[in-house]
Design a binder for this molecule. Structure first.
Ligand SMILES: Cc1cc2nc3c(=O)[nH]c(=O)nc-3n(C[C@H](O)[C@H](O)[C@H](O)COP(=O)(O)O)c2cc1C
Length: 174
């Protein structure tokens, strides 16, 4: 079972749409995947589930348990202010430290309205995941101009679409 983390809590996000796209692609490959949607986190989790409250918020613990039970992850990461969304870092800070991601595997996919495709954001996240001893698949997909390149649940640019399928097939074997 692969867990797809939709990396924002913004409602009706492109990230959740793209997460569903990846879930469908994995289904076509005969693999099951679940989506962890950060928009479903308890609204006050940054105050009720972190630090001294770690492990004490039952609703947040459902998310922690999903992470602990999963071995392989796809992170769908929108570019916010030149990095990845703060809610994703707060979520990671609420997980059991230090071994929630140890020796597990990750695939990174970045999206942005602008032309960077979240490249810097993926680097920032990669540093953190490496620090946590995660194995991150080398090829990172960057989808720039997301509103133009991803429409009605499909990656419409043929080149980006081909890159995305290659990346996913590589990750399945990783
Ligand atoms: C708070 C915020 C900051 C953003 N900063 C950037 C940015 O620095 N560069 C960029 O190209 N797009 C930026 N965007 C646009 C997002 O990258 C674009 O909406 C996105 O990739 C899709 O994200 P979504 O999953 O929230 O829909 C920003 C959007 C928000 C909400």
């Amino acid at each position: 079972m692969i867990t797809i983390i939709s990396g924002t809590n913004r409602l009706n996000s492109k990230s959740i749409e793209l997460s569903k796209y990846y879930q469908n692609q994995l289904k076509k490959e005969g693999l099951e995947a679940r989506i962890l949607d950060l928009s479903l986190l308890p609204a006050d989790f940054a105050f009720s589930a972190l630090y001294a409250n770690g492990g004490k918020n039952d609703e947040f613990n459902l998310f922690r348990n999903i992470i602990e039970d999963s071995q392989k992850f796809i992170f769908v990461v929108p570019e916010y202010n030149g990095s990845f969304p703060g809610v994703l870092k707060a979520f990671i800070d609420g997980l059991k430290y230090p071994d929630s991601f140890t020796d597990k595997k990750a695939l990174l996919v970045g999206i942005s309205s602008g032309i960077q495709g979240s490249a810097l954001a993926l680097s920032h996240l990669n540093d953190i995941l490496n620090y946590l001893n995660m194995h991150v698949y080398g090829t990172r997909l960057k989808i720039p101009l997301i509103e133009k390149n991803f429409i009605n649940g499909e990656i419409v640019d043929p080149k980006i679409n081909a890159l995305s399928l290659d990346q996913l097939k590589g990750f399945i074997k990783f």
